[in-house]
Write a protein that binds this ligand. Structure first.
Ligand code: BES
Ligand code: MN
Ligand code: ZN
Length: 465
């Protein structure tokens, strides 16, 4: 979709002009004011459109309700413009002008909403979805608009990679994409090197697959960084469960088990353009979890990079094993902060559903900063408890720790497991996005499939430093 800045979007020649209606106010358009039904009150999300019969440069006018004028913010605009854009697609529009009657600077969220709403994963379909080709805006804050385009490009990369089948989005493919990100220096470690570095937990997971593991380390290093941050994404390109194989229904979405990694690739892609004043290390321990003659087995004892031994209780609790080594590696870099993002536990989905991600860590202030950043960009996080009980359940008779606890409180157990591989000096936050990274029916600005969760929060957090 092309974004064009015009003198006056309201008078642009286009298929649809999107305007807004605030609750209790008239719109800027007489046709809408006269012909909209009485129950079109401007409540958030309401939509009414009308043909202009050549009385206006736009063939149709579409009014979207934004609620009360006082309640307006970036999230309201982004979500409702996405919705309006999808309506425009139903009207078979190709060109859309957006003109909102507000002094609020809406160019950024409007562009982002339009791009998110216009997204479809139809690469493999012969019949493509209808898409909007161009949007017109006026009175644009160039910097915000530019930033919105960059963020939406990142989200597209993340959503595409996560939506791709495992046959395409292999560890090798992720490594290749990482190596091609501009302004970022990337190192790829192959099996032998990973083994040499002592990442026994990660390799245990990887060794059951014919797809070779790739440990990816991307570096964005500005002139005078204010801080050094590592961001880690769970990169299970497919999670069959391993020998503790998943039932068919649970395996169906497990090509998406690299959504955390996809989010990190999306974030890294934006850094060269957004130029935050922080050093960023993007880390992905990519592999597949497969059942085979070379798979790791329940009862195996593996050693992570920090020397801790782990009894494999369940081969389906693989994400935490790969993250254990990635966390050790990140801490060894001597960074100030670490954020990991992972489709880690079904328990988190049970606890928080598909619209709220779990957050845990070793520093409440850091966690709260991320929660607040999430609110600004429309991504919800809820802190889950980290108590010793959860750790006690993972005591092993034969190793330092087991990779699972009891049936209950699984998201917290996973968090307490990861904590074992984080050094105390570094501030660490763990985002469990098992429920939010992909959805099985459209929700708000998102279609079915990958949502790109985490990209906006992490980018905003980095820019704000
Ligand atoms: N990738 C899954 C978690 C998951 C579940 C992500 C549903 C997205 C949607 C993870 O590797 C897993 O299998 N976790 C197990 C852990 C259990 C064996 C302790 C789970 O949640 O069942
Ligand atoms: Mn699993
Ligand atoms: Zn998994």
């Amino acid at each position: 979709m092309e974004v064009k800045i015009v003198e006056n979007a309201k008078t642009a020649q286009c298929d649809v002009l999107i305007i807004n209606k605030f609750e209790g106010e008239n719109t800027s358009n007489e046709l809408i004011n006269s012909f909209a039904p009485e129950d079109f009150t401007g409540k958030c999300g309401q939509i009414f459109s009308i043909h202009t019969r050549n009385e206006s440069p736009a063939k149709q006018i579409l009014a979207v309700g934004l609620g009360k004028r006082e309640g307006i913010n970036n999230n309201v605009i982004r979500e409702n413009i996405a919705k309006a854009i999808r309506e425009c697609a139903k009207l078979k529009a190709k060109t859309v002008a957006i003109s909102l009657d507000t002094d609020y600077n809406y160019s950024g969220p409007a562009i982002l909403g339009a791009e998110i709403g216009n997204y479809h994963f139809d690469k493999y379909k012969n019949k493509k979805e209808h898409r909007i080709n161009e949007i017109f805006l006026s009175n644009v804050d160039e910097e915000l608009a530019q930033r919105a385009v960059v963020v939406s490009d990142s989200m597209k990369l993340t959503r595409n990679l996560s939506n791709e089948p495992a046959a395409f989005a292999t560890p090798t493919k992720l490594a290749e994409i990482a190596q091609n990100i501009e302004g970022v220096e990337t190192e790829i470690f192959n099996y032998a090197k990973v083994e040499e570095m002592g990442m026994g937990a990660y390799l245990a997971v990887a060794k059951g697959s014919v797809e070779p593991p790739k440990f990816i380390h991307m570096k964005y290093i500005p002139q005078n960084p204010k801080k050094r941050i590592a961001i880690i994404g769970k990169g299970l390109c497919f999670d069959s469960g391993g020998l503790d194989i998943k039932p068919a229904a649970s395996m169906l979405n497990m090509k998406d088990d690299m959504s955390g990694a996809a989010a990190i690739l999306g974030v890294m892609k934006a850094l060269n353009k957004l130029k935050p004043d922080v050093e960023v290390h993007g880390i992905i321990a990519a592999c597949e979890n497969m059942p085979s003659g070379s798979s790791y087995k329940p009862g195996d004892i593996v050693t992570a990079m920090n020397g801790k031994t782990i009894e494999v209780d369940n081969t389906d609790a693989e994400g935490r094993l790969t993250l254990a080594d990635a966390l050790c590696y990140a801490c060894k870099l001597g960074v100030d902060e670490v954020i990991d993002i992972a489709t880690l536990t079904g328990a988190c989905v049970v606890a928080l559903g598909n619209t709220v991600s779990g957050i845990m860590g070793n520093n409440d202030e850091f966690i709260n900063k991320i929660i607040e950043t999430g609110k600004l960009v429309g991504e919800k996080y809820w802190q889950l408890p980290m108590y010793q009980e959860f750790r006690d359940n993972m005591n092993s008779d034969v190793a330092d720790i087991k990779n699972t606890g009891t049936r209950y409180g699984g998201a917290s157990a996973a968090g307490m497991f990861l904590k074992e591989f984080v050094t105390d000096e570094v501030k660490w936050a763990h985002l469990d996005v098992a429920g939010t990274a992909f959805i099985d029916k459209p929700y708000k600005e998102f279609c079915k499939g990958s949502t790109g969760v985490g990209v906006r929060t992490i980018l905003k957090y980095l820019i704000n430093q």
